[in-house]
Each structure stands twice: as structure tokens, then as C-alpha cells.
Design a protein around this ligand. Structure first.
Ligand SMILES: C[S@@+](CC[C@H](N)C(=O)[O-])C[C@H]1O[C@@H](n2cnc3c(N)ncnc32)[C@H](O)[C@@H]1O
Length: 254
């Protein structure tokens, strides 16, 4: 659906039909998806400028340039993860021109042991060094019953001080009616969609040091600089974006 909304080429009839229904009740989704693209680019450039050279991109989706490995520092290792075999079947498109330290893995983020095993198999992540865990537009596809907090938390526990987590997530407390309509439609279509409140989204960051919290992604698009941003809470677009850093004492802020 996302690919259709962003006018990409990797979508099926069923995606187009669902996306059209969703755009009918929530036309701003196109703006939100474009803001997600803008936020990701700013966030990844910021992480690279902070010296991060290892990236785990959960919920990679279909190839869409610029892909993560095209934005971050060229010496970076990048592990793309997705639980959809169709997405993985297109990974050759994504990997065109990438370095040997870029890998794609079919695994579900809620299966933490399998995620760790898959990451170990690629040899692309040294958990003794800082890592950026990217969770862009994926956690609102994971229901509470599947324990997204526990799954993400176990990965974050493995990460060294100086690591980052960056995410975008649809809001359930902004433009409430439209998002409820989308969620209702998705339920009928048997497509997962679980927007969350700001507090629920912030919970993913645990007690890591906020770099950006609940940022209004429209401001990111406007400002083009992650450092300049204040916490303005999804004022224009019901999509939260944020980033947090693990500090030396294991995430506990002093
Ligand atoms: C909307 S796309 C987001 C793509 C990209 N991250 C972005 O921000 O544009 C979400 C992707 O997450 C994947 N996904 C959904 N649930 C997942 C899970 N539990 N584990 C891993 N990937 C998941 C989907 O298959 C899909 O490719």
C-alpha cells in the first residue's frame, strides 16, 4: 500500500484497492508518507554525522531510492529486516550497487531470538559497538498482543552505549476520527494497523536519552535539520517521529 501511495512500482491490485479506500477516508496519508521519507533521510544523515556505522532497518519495505544504505556513510554495515517474503523477493533491486556489508534478512521483529541469530549469521553487527535500530513505519503494524515493547526492548538491551533508536509511528491521538476510520478499514481488510498515542509511542524509547521526542515530522520536512528541531508533537500530521540515544550507564539517565 505504502508503495502505491508513494507512487512506486512495487504494488499489487489488492494493495492499490486498499490504498484507494484508505486515501478516501484519510487523504493526508500521502502527506504523512512523504513526511516519513523526509524524516528518515534527516535522521539517517544525523546518525551518520554522529559516527554511527551500523544500522539495523526493521521493516525495510520495497526498494525506494534513496534507500538507507544510499543515505548513510558508505563505510556502514546495513542489515535490512522484513517479515514479508514478497518484500524479500525484491531485495535484489534494493541491493543494486550496495556494498558487501549490506544484507537483507527475512525475519519477524517480534521473534527476538531469531532476529539476533539472523544478525549474527550476517556478521554485519557488532553489538559491542554503537548501532542504530531503525523502526520507521513498522511498529504500527504490530499489535499489542505480539509484544512489540518486549521485542524492541530485548534488541535495545543488546545494544552498546552510544547506540540509537529512531522510529516513526502513526498516532491515534491526532486527527482521531480519520485514524480511527483507517484502523476500522484495515481491520475489515485484514490488514494490521495499530496507531498509538504519544505516551504509547514514547514508551518504545524506554529511558534512553531523547534526541527527538514525538517530533512533528512536518517540521522535519520544513527545517531539514534534525538538530534544529524542538518537540512539537505531531501538530500537522498524525505520524510521530523520534530518536533516542543509549547513554553510558545502560540507558538510565542521571
Ligand atoms: C510501511 S512499510 C515501511 C517501510 C520503510 N521502513 C519506510 O519507513 O518507508 C512496513 C514494512 O514492515 C514490514 N513488517 C511488518 N510487520 C513486521 C514485523 N513484525 N517484522 C518485520 N517486518 C515487519 C512489512 O512487511 C513492510 O515491508
Amino acid at each position: 500500500m505504502q508503495d502505491y501511495i508513494l507512487e512506486g512500482n512495487n504494488h499489487y491490485k489488492v494493495d492499490r484497492s486498499a490504498a484507494k479506500d484508505i486515501l478516501h477516508v484519510f487523504p493526508e496519508m500521502k502527506t504523512a508518507e512523504n513526511a516519513n521519507v523526509m524524516y528518515k533521510k534527516c535522521a539517517l544523515q544525523h546518525l551518520s554525522s554522529c559516527g554511527i556505522r551500523q544500522f539495523i532497518d526493521v521493516g525495510m519495505g520495497f526498494s525506494r531510492s534513496p534507500n538507507l544504505h544510499e543515505v548513510v556513510h558508505p563505510d556502514s554495515s546495513v542489515i535490512y529486516i522484513d517479515n514479508d517474503p514478497i518484500v524479500l523477493s525484491y531485495s535484489d533491486d534494493l541491493l543494486v550497487g550496495s556494498s558487501e556489508s549490506t544484507h537483507c534478512v527475512l525475519v519477524d521483529v517480534t521473534e527476538t531470538d531469531q532476529v539476533i541469530a539472523a544478525l549474527d549469521t550476517t556478521g554485519g553487527v557488532d553489538f559491542d559497538q554503537p548501532v542504530a535500530l531503525c523502526l520507521h513505519a513498522v511498529l504500527h503494524l504490530v499489535s499489542g498482543e505480539r509484544d512489540p515493547y518486549g521485542s524492541v526492548g530485548r534488541l535495545m538491551d543488546r545494544m552498546a552505549p552510544g547506540s540509537y533508536v529512531s522510529l516513526t509511528h502513526y498516532a491515534s491521538d491526532i486527527d482521531v476520527e480519520s485514524l480511527a476510520a483507517v484502523a476500522g478499514l484495515c481491520e475489515k481488510l485484514d490488514t494490521p494497523f495499530y496507531p498509538r498515542t504519544l505516551d504509547q509511542v514514547l514508551r518504545f524509547f524506554q529511558d534512553w536519552e531523547p534526541v527527538l521526542r514525538g517530533v512533528d515530522v512536518a517540521s522535519v520536512a520544513h527545517e531539514r535539520s534534525v538538530e534544529d528541531l524542538a518537540w512539537t508533537m505531531g501538530r500537522h500530521i498524525p505520524l510521530y517521529a523520534g530518536m533516542a540515544r543509549k547513554v553510558e550507564n545502560g540507558g538510565k539517565r542521571s
